[in-house]
Design a protein. Sequence first.
Length: 327
Amino acid sequence: MKRMLSGIKPSGQLTLGNYIGALKEFVKYQEDYDMIVFIANLHCLTVYQDPEELRTNLRDTIALYLACGLDPKRSTIFMQSDVMEHAQLGFILSCNTYLGELNRMTQYKDKIAKGESALTAGFYSYPTLMASDILMYDPDFVPVGEDQKQHVELTRDIAERFNNKYGETFKVPAPLIPKIGARIMSLSDPTKKMSKSEESNKGCIYLLDDPKVASKKIMSAVTDMVNQINYDPENQPGVSNLLTILSTLSGRSIENLVNEFEGQGYGTLKKAVANEVSLLLGDLQVKYKEILASGIIDDVLKEGKEKAGRLAGVKLKEVQKRIGADL
C-alpha cells in the first residue's frame, strides 16, 4: 500500500478551507493509502503564540480531525513535537540546503518585500523542518494546496541531493493537488485564500462557528455586478468560490450547479451554500463535543506517537549511518 503524509499547522482555528482542501480529502485517502497525519505544532513557533491559545488550538485541531472522520485505526495521527527525530533530521537537512533556496521561498520573499524586519531564524529555516516532516516517513504522495507546492518541490530537491551524496536514503515524494476545492477563497475578498490568520473574520468560516454566524457570512459574501451564475474564477471569483464550496460539499459537479442555477440570482446560490455549510458545521460540532467529552484524544496521541516514533527512529538511524554521524 502506498503511503501519504500531511499535516496542518494549528496556529488558529481550523476553517472551511482547511476542511475542503485537506481534512475531507484525508478521510477519503485513508481508505486507499497508509495515511500519516500530524499536527505541525513546531511550525507555529516561527511567530509568537499565546501558550494557552496554542494549547486550545492543538486540542481543537485533534478533536476536529477525528470529528471529520479520520480513524486512528486506519491512520497514524500524532503531534509533531512528540517525535523528536523531526527536529534532529531537520537540522541535518538544513546542512544539505542552500541559502539561495531558502531565499526563494515565497513566504519569506513576501515578508521581505513588505519590509518586515522582526523575522525569526525559525521562520527562515522552517522549510527544512517541513522537509524532515515529509522525508522521515518515505511517503509516496503529499497532498497540498497550490500555495504549498513549492515546499514539496524543495523537499524533492533536498532528497535528491542527499541521495546523490550519500546513497539512496529517501523516497522522493510527489505533490498531490486536488482538482477542485484545493484553494477556497475568502468570502470578503475572493482574490485571497480563506485563511485562519485573516485580520477580519468576515471572509473566513471557522469549523467551530455557530451555523447561524456562518450563514450570515455567506449571505454577505462578495460577488459581482454580472448577475449571472458562471464558473469563471478570473472574472467572477466570488461566484466561482461559492460554486466550488457548494460542489465539494454536495458532491454535485460545478457544471451541473451552473445549469441548475441558470437564470437565478446570487441570493439563491448563497442560500444553497449556507444550507450545506450549516449542515456540515452542525454535524461536525456534535461529533467534536462528543470527542472532547470522551477523553480519547490522549489515547490517540499516545498511540500515534508510538507508531510514528518507531518509523522515525529507524529512518534517523539510517540517515546518521549514511552521513557517518554514528559508530
